[in-house]
Unconditional design. Structure first.
Length: 202
């Protein structure tokens, strides 16, 4: 309503200048404009759109997502906000850079994911995938999350396993370790096993 009142006051001032000191004429124009705006339904529609696009009083902009993540103790809030927008809104990093700061990305899927992440639910499970040893692997709560420090194990295995050798990846989970080794050892033969049927479906 503040913006409405301000706009009407500006218009009233303009009409006062135009009509000189005939304040009653400018007052008529002011009241007419204000009531036209209110009763035409435009104001109600603006409120409707605002409520639909806002959650908790804030538009879901990139900076609002960063603020919420940071307030929840997430270290890399900016990076995670970008990943969430890419997964749940289809916004590429390039599109995010080109978008205006006030761009609203409100959606039920994004809000649910953001709320879970605020509760420190793993980002990798929210995204459904994670990077490991220059590859991207599907992940779910049915398997462990690939960790960057485990890449040291892959490096060691790649150097140690002879070409054409057969090896096994037991309790394979997402399969990231075994597949990464097999991709980097020429003609390697891989056997993967896990007692979890859900993990084997990944």
């Amino acid at each position: 309503m503040l913006c409405l009142k301000t706009s009407c006051k500006i218009l009233q001032y303009q009409y006062t200048i135009f009509f000189g000191k005939s304040k009653w004429i400018s007052k008529v124009f002011f009241v007419f404009f204000e009531n036209l705006f209110l009763f035409s339904g435009i104001y109600d529609k603006m409120l409707e759109i605002g409520k639909a696009r806002r959650k908790g009083g804030y538009a879901m902009t990139y900076f609002e997502i960063c603020r919420r993540l940071s307030a929840s103790g997430i270290d890399n809030a900016e990076g995670e906000a970008a990943r969430l927008l890419e997964t749940f809104c289809g916004v590429s990093p390039e599109a995010l850079l080109a978008a205006p700061a006030e761009q609203d990305y409100s959606s039920d899927a994004l809000e649910k994911a953001l709320s879970k992440r605020e509760a420190h639910y793993p980002l990798q499970y929210l995204l459904g995938e994670w990077e490991f040893y220059r590859q991207t692997y599907e992940v779910s709560p049915d398997c462990l999350i690939p960790r960057s420090d485990t890449e040291i194990l892959v490096d060691f295995a790649v150097k140690s396993i002879p070409q054409g050798e057969r090896f096994a990846d037991l309790c394979t989970g997402s399969g990231c370790i075994g597949i990464s080794i097999a991709k980097n050892v020429e003609n390697a033969r891989l056997v993967m096993a896990d007692k979890s049927a859900s993990a084997l479906k990944i």
